[in-house]
Write a protein that binds this ligand. Structure first.
Ligand SMILES: Cc1cc2nc3c(=O)[nH]c(=O)nc-3n(C[C@H](O)[C@H](O)[C@H](O)COP(=O)(O)OP(=O)(O)OC[C@H]3O[C@@H](n4cnc5c(N)ncnc54)[C@H](O)[C@@H]3O)c2cc1C
Length: 368
């Protein structure tokens, strides 16, 4: 496209993919506006493991150092069964633990504040007679006109639902309860490791990962068909976690005791069928909106940033003679890269639900 790049790009959703795209596209001389439904400084979820490929992609948007300075260095990963037997020890020195708010802050801090409009929840598009989207309309009645719209609005994407109405998300079989505990004692006990305890019967695992010197994120992954969670108030969550992990060896009891379940969160992940293409006309999808991965892969952040880099570079490349050609190149490149991860995620989920007796795989995709 080169000098024919789209004049106005409107990013719908200011999470990982949206911010990363804005950073890379601005570096390449483009202009963007970001439209985020949340208000500034709203609590922004808990945290992540960012793997080596994600750190490399963050370097391409110029934010690796900013992220690493806020992140917690990890050294390895240990998986035990609920009786305390070690199943797997693995090096994880290329990965970092980081809270979601610290990661978003690192991405946002060099973007001019006027670039991001908060409190704008995308509602629908208005179309030109050619079938191209002309305006995005927000729930508050405001509108934005653009040449290219990017759906960066996460796993429950409204943009995706509107451009691909037949690809509706299905409820995922594995649900997660996620919490953060402020405790330097528990962080020190985890010794820079992602520690995971898996029930040997399958369908249940407890993971814990430090996100800073005094914050430990933990998550209980459970097969929602086997373990019914009917109520999600704090007391019900606490009872659920305690009753499922009561007899377990390791730190499950300590974690429950240290947790304020008022701040726990039930993650309602959805299963999204892989799409034929990550764009339609002048609307493209990035990150979870394009390809939510099962959480076992720990690749959601990395792939969202990689999408952003590939799309921004395709839009300014002289190799592509039209917007359609640039979006097609982006979509094909990323589908090829995502395919093995989607397969790996599926396999890891199957192993989680029904573990083999020997040679168990670590429930985390290795990426180096
Ligand atoms: C419990 C849990 C644990 C995870 N752990 C990891 C991990 O360890 N490592 C890892 O790599 N990944 C992890 N992930 C996945 C990771 O969070 C996502 O893959 C990543 O955030 C995707 O980035 P995104 O920009 O596509 O979506 P998001 O980061 O979700 O951003 C979407 C943005 O769009 C906004 N938005 C939504 N709807 C609208 C709308 N209608 N209008 C305007 N704005 C809207 C949202 O407010 C949000 O800011 C985890 C996810 C969960 C739920």
């Amino acid at each position: 496209m080169g000098s024919d790049r789209p004049g106005k790009v409107a990013i719908l959703g200011g999470g990982i993919a949206g911010l990363a795209f804005a950073l890379r596209y601005r570096q390449l001389g483009g202009q963007v506006s970001i439209h985020e439904r949340a208000l500034p400084r709203k609590s922004e979820g808990l945290g992540f493991i960012v793997q080596g490929n994600g750190l490399r992609a963050l370097a391409q948007v110029g934010r690796r150092q900013a992220v690493e300075s806020r992140a917690y260095r990890l050294s390895g990963c240990s998986v035990r069964d609920h009786l305390g037997h070690t199943l797997i020890e693995k090096d994880l020195s290329a990965a970092k633990g980081i809270s979601r708010s610290a990661l978003l802050e690192a991405l946002r801090e060099t973007l001019p504040s006027e670039c991001i409009q908060y409190g704008r929840r995308f509602s629908h598009f208005e179309y030109a007679s050619s079938g191209h989207a002309r305006r995005a309309v927000f729930e508050n009645g405001e509108k934005v006109e653009a040449d290219l719209f990017l759906g960066c609005d996460g796993g429950q994407s409204r943009v995706r639902a509107q451009i691909f109405p037949d690809a509706a998300p299905a409820p995922a079989r594995v649900r997660e309860i996620v919490s953060v505990v402020k405790s330097d004692f528990l962080v020190a006990r985890n010794a820079r490791r992602l520690n995971k305890i898996r029930h040997s019967g399958g369908g249940l695992a407890l993971g814990m990962v430090p996100a800073s010197g005094d914050r430990l994120i933990w998550f209980l992954q459970f097969d929602a068909e086997r373990y019914r969670l009917s109520k999600t108030d704090p007391q019900s969550l606490e009872n659920f976690v305690r009753s499922l992990t009561r007899e377990w060896a390791g730190d499950a009891g300590l974690l429950s005791a240290a947790t304020n379940f008022q701040h726990s969160w039930v993650c309602e992940a959805s299963y999204l069928e892989p799409l034929e293409a990550y764009f339609h006309q002048n609307i493209a999808l990035l990150g979870d909106a394009a390809h939510a991965l099962p959480s076992f892969t720990s690749q959601g952040v990395s792939t969202a940033v990689e999408d952003a880099v590939v799309l921004a570079e395709a839009l300014v490349s002289d190799q592509h003679t039209s917007l359609h050609a640039a979006l097609f190149a982006y979509s094909e490149t990323r589908k090829r890269a995502l395919h093995p991860l989607l397969e790996q995620g599926k396999r890891l989920q199957e192993e989680f639900l029904d573990p083999p007796h020997a040679g168990q795989q670590i429930p985390l995709a290795g990426s180096g």
